[in-house]
Design a protein around this ligand. Sequence first.
Ligand code: AMP
Ligand code: ZN
Length: 113
Amino acid sequence: MNDCLFCKIVKKEIPSETVAETERALAFKDINPGAPTHVLVIPKEHIPSAQELDAAHGDLLGELFELMAKIASDAGLSRGHRLVTNVGPEAGQSVDHLHFHVLGGRPMSWPPG
Ligand code: AMP
Ligand code: ZN
């Protein structure tokens, strides 16, 4: 996807603060953090949102969740953290490339706004 912001970050055409990287996944700091720890975890391949996922993505999703668990551990989030993926405009998805927010380091309320 030529005009996708996160594809450009994967290709290093736009700078980001990398937190971790695997063969199929990239984790980088959110540019506008909503918590002391706010990392975005994305597949390197372009997938628009969780709505396009199916069983064929099982291995990829396992890799993404393993990476998120490591990020939370490395950030010392032993008291808890939140994993979020927004799907579509009404949920607040602003970048149409699947991404999981890893948020932690402060108490959080529920339900989210
Ligand atoms: P969402 O609103 O769920 O689609 O999340 C998109 C996230 O991407 C927001 O939290 C933004 O702050 C973040 N974001 C936008 N541009 C960048 C960028 N260049 N580098 C890092 N994070 C970004
Ligand atoms: Zn993309």
